[in-house]
Design a protein around this ligand. Structure first.
Ligand code: 44T
Length: 872
């Protein structure tokens, strides 16, 4: 049996270490065999003895799977006798990884990292250990540190695919893609530069850049002639990047960069005195989400010179302070948008044959209701112009708020949170369903320069989307007035649609709308849904309106995807009917199977997150389904749905309730009962193949009964050659020209990743240079059918530059039924490989693609290859 922790903690090692090599206890045991041992005996026989017996013990412990003790022995050996490093490196690594896994599983995290540190003292250049430590750090949420390790492992061994993949995985988090967009937005760059130049020329000669990113605004100030420039950046990666960039531009000594949040800065510790200008672009699509209000309140109190006094005082000088941007105007507008709707509200009354009436209230995590709720964000972001299916403007844009960042005297900034909730009225101009409020702003850098983040502008900006959450659909009519409450709480601008004025009547949009109310909220398309959820609320205390169940937006879209569930339902039904017939035949054939067993088939759904598939399986009858849904509230929803759809409680089990940890998920229910079907969740919402999919599939194959099935049985990856400048702008700083005259691109472009995720291929601005083509096949049912590399040839349909290859999946549930991740109502997005160098092609050129799949990561390289193909 597995020996857990083996009674070994780190006290033995610590004490050995503190005794250190020279003061090893003097044992009387004689050294053992070996020429080397004899040679060294002269130096220190006791030590040699200890080394050889420890090495032996290490190996023995390893065999006994007592990794903790083995690790301690190895440490001792390698510290005392570095000569064994080459010999023991492999086993040492193995021991370390096993021991770390055990420590991890029991939450002894500090010890785990201590072990890695000790290991790295012995093998500082071991890229496998460095990378593995990064993986642990990543899982613990220490992204920056993890990235540092992946980066280091890559530097130690540039062709180490594990480290490269890991680095690509964190690069997105470390340096978010919008940094590329912003640096590629020449309009934005120029306007900031002009505003800064003017301010400096007018006398602001001490400058602080809050949230410096790559250092660009700080460098502008220096170039404009500012005497002193300071910059701060809270992200460690961005701070390090800024230091590199500033040094490469010869300003190392003249811009002082701090790795700090501006709120932690003070005079004179961080900067010697107050500054006359703060420049910042710490704004997100919702304007305040990056904390600009708090930062500026703090800056005015602690870091900036006092503001200019009177209106008449135009001349700036070095005795007063000011901020760029000077202020902002926020706009909002009501929109109808199917794409937003299906990600935030349950639309389907029936999913895969199940009535959803008893589901209770399902909410997306984006909500701006009056209730205080920390688990939700008030808005999400979208580029409206790229939403599939588009959107309809139901009102004119309306000013929701104006803010002056320099108006300190009337305490404009401090007053923002305490400003009363303001009500604004938006005249409805077009009839349509109210799905969301879209919000954007104009950022007034100074009197002359401003940036707009509006949906019509050709900028890098997205808009903030405040989805309407009401369980009811509500159709606005022309001449209605929509009443919106505007407030500012927890550094967020909050907008909430509260009511509609129609023909002199006020219709409340509150979620708990009284159905008999004079207002006529249009009920859900299916009245039964309304009635049943009302009933559910009456019946159980836990499902009153306070008790909703939260689902991710993508899970909501999944539920609304009826085609997908219907396909599953049909495929499951086909399999189960087949197996039932088979078991009946067996039974009449007089086998020894018990009557109960012969009637029950076992189905396991190992989807990540919320999934109805186990329930759909159980709904087929004579099926015992196991769900991997973990969250209690989500399990309760499934239980309620089981109950209301007449599925007996015994036919639905929650698999994780039975097992201690994840490792148990893919185990058979009991020795006799192999699974009839295992449902694997193979594609992530972002458009990538799920990690470890093929490992899971091979485990699943082993656990299937004869005639059993893995869903899906196969996935086919399709792709297309495209020319897309948009994708390039998001992936790297483009062009040979320096950015505003500064050398920035080579530094930030180190964080370029070759695979883009969360794309919407249907609205991606691009030219198709080929037809869709099959790139790769993953067979989940047949191990022998798989490969890791493939060459595909494709002919271009027109000339241009191949910059990227978007890809998507056809998911084959069985031989006849499949779903595409590209379908209109898919909850999946697409991904794309962006080529390192664009490839210029002529129409009808043949392109050879080398496609590789390594641990669920697809990589593609493309070459022109017009040599005729040999026909056999
Ligand atoms: N992205 C918008 C936000 N920081 C832009 O660490 C628009 C998103 C966006 N540093 C698509 C397109 C776009 N003290 O590096 C960051 C951040 C740092 C601070 C020190 C502080 N108080 C702060 C606050 C933030 O400032 C940098 C820029 S913040 C956001 C900018 C292109 N998706």
């Amino acid at each position: 049996m597995y020996k857990r922790l083996a009674g070994c903690n780190f006290i033995p090692y610590t004490s050995l270490e503190s005794n250190s090599a020279q003061r090893m206890p003097n044992t009387s045991a004689r050294p053992k065999h070996g020429r080397r041992a004899r040679r060294r005996r002269r130096v220190d026989p006791a030590r040699d003895q200890l080394v050889s017996s420890s090495l032996e013990s290490a190996q023995q412990c390893l065999l006994n799977q007592d990794y903790g003790t083995a690790f301690v022995h190895y440490l001792l050996v390698l510290n005392l006798a570095p000569v064994f490093k080459d010999f023991a490196q492999e086993s040492f690594r193995f021991t370390l990884f096993k021991w770390a896994k055990e420590l991890d599983s029991v939450g002894r995290i500090q010890e785990l990292f201590d072990c890695y540190e000790q290991a790295l003292e012995i093998f500082p250049a071991d890229e496998v250990i460095v990378n593995s430590m990064g993986e642990h750090l990543f899982r613990m949420g220490f992204r920056d540190e993890a990235a540092g390790h992946f980066h280091k492992a890559l530097k130690l061994k540039p062709d180490y695919p594990e480290a490269r993949e890991n680095f690509y995985r964190v690069a997105n988090w470390l340096v978010e893609r919008w940094h590329f967009l912003m640096l590629n937005d020449h309009g934005r760059n120029r306007k900031y530069q002009q505003a800064i130049q003017k301010a400096v020329q007018n006398g602001c000669n001490t400058v602080l850049d809050i949230g410096t990113g790559t250092g660009i605004l700080g460098m502008c100030a220096k170039k404009a002639g500012a005497a002193e420039v300071y910059a701060c950046e809270l992200s460690k990666t961005m701070y390090e990047l800024a230091c590199e960039v500033v040094a490469a531009n010869g300003m190392e000594g003249s811009i002082k960069i701090l790795h700090k949040k501006s709120l932690e800065m003070e005079v004179p510790t961080d900067i010697p005195h107050r500054v006359s200008l703060v420049v910042t672009e710490t704004v997100d699509a919702g304007l305040f989400g990056e904390g600009i209000i708090e930062s500026l309140i703090h800056a005015w109190h602690h870091l900036l010179l006092p503001p200019k006094r009177g209106e008449g005082e135009f001349r700036e000088d070095c005795t007063t302070g000011r901020v760029i941007p000077a202020g902002a105007t926020v706009f909002c507008m009501a929109v109808e948008c199917l794409e937003i709707r299906r990600h935030h509200r349950l639309r389907a009354a029936e999913v895969g044959g199940l009535s959803m009436a008893a589901a209770g209230e399902l909410r997306s995590p984006v909500s701006c209701s009056s209730e205080q709720d920390d688990s939700t964000e008030p808005y999400t972001t979208e580029r409206l112009s790229r939403l599939p299916g588009g959107y309809r403007e139901l009102t004119e844009p309306f000013t929701a708020l104006t803010i002056d960042f320099n108006n300190v005297l009337v305490r404009e900034l401090e007053g923002l949170s305490s400003r009363e909730v303001r009500e604004i009225r938006l005249p409805v101009t077009l009839e349509g369903e109210l799905d969301a409020l879209a919000v954007w702003f104009q950022l007034h850098l100074d009197e002359e320069n401003s940036l707009s983040t509006g949906p019509q502008e050709d900028t890098c900006w997205e808009q903030a989307i405040y989805p309407v959450h009401s369980a009811m659909s509500f159709v606005l009519k022309a001449r209605d007035e929509l009443i919106v409450e505007v407030s500012c709480r927890d550094a967020y601008l909050r907008l909430c649609c509260v009511a509609v004025l129609r023909d002199g009547h006020k219709i409340d949009l509150d979620e708990r709308v009284d159905l008999q109310n004079s207002g006529q909220p249009i009920p859900n398309p299916n009245p039964e849904v309304e009635l049943c959820s009302a009933l559910a609320c009456l019946q159980t205390s836990q499902s009153d309106s306070e008790d909703f169940c939260m689902l991710e937006c993508s899970e909501m879209a999944l539920l609304n995807n009826q085609d997908y569930h219907q396909s599953f339902c049909t495929a499951l039904n086909k399999l189960i009917s087949g197996l039932k017939v088979k078991s009946q035949n067996l039974n009449t054939g007089g086998t020894a199977m018990s009557a109960v067993d012969s009637r029950l088939l076992y189905v396991l759904d190992v989807s990540e997150g919320f999934s109805l598939l186990s329930l759909i399986a159980a709904h087929q009858g004579q099926v015992k389904a196991y769900s991997s849904v973990e969250k209690t509230k989500q399990q309760n929803v499934l239980r309620r749905l089981a109950h209301s759809n007449n599925i007996s409680e015994q036919h639905l089990e929650f698999w994780l309730n039975h097992t201690e940890d994840e490792r148990g998920v893919l185990q058979r229910p009991s020795r006799e009962k192999l699974w009839s079907a295992i449902i694997l969740d193979c594609v992530e919402t972002c458009g990538l193949v799920r990690q470890k999919l093929m490992e899971k599939a091979s485990l699943a194959r082993f656990l299937l009964e004869e005639g059993g099935h893995i869903f899906p049985e196969k996935i086919v990856v399709y792709g297309m050659l495209v020319e897309s400048d948009t994708l390039l702008l998001e992936s790297a700083v483009q062009g040979q020209e320096p950015t505003l005259g500064f050398n920035i691109a080579p530094f930030i472009n180190q964080f370029t990743v070759p695979v883009h995720v969360f794309l919407d291929f249907s609205t991606l601005e691009c030219r198709h240079l080929s037809e869709a083509l099959e790139l790769f096949v993953l067979d989940l049912m047949d191990a022998n059918a798989n490969y890791t590399e493939r060459e595909v040839r494709v002919q271009t349909i027109s000339g241009g530059r191949i910059t990227a290859i978007p890809f998507w999946y056809q998911i084959h549930l069985d031989q006849n039924i499949s779903v595409s991740t590209l379908s209109r109502n898919s909850h999946w997005k697409q991904a794309a490989v962006v080529l390192q160098e664009p490839l210029e092609v002529q129409a009808r050129d043949w392109i050879r693609l080398a496609v590789k799949l390594h641990k669920s990561t697809i990589s593609i390289s493309a070459h022109i290859d017009n040599t005729p193909v040999q026909m056999d």
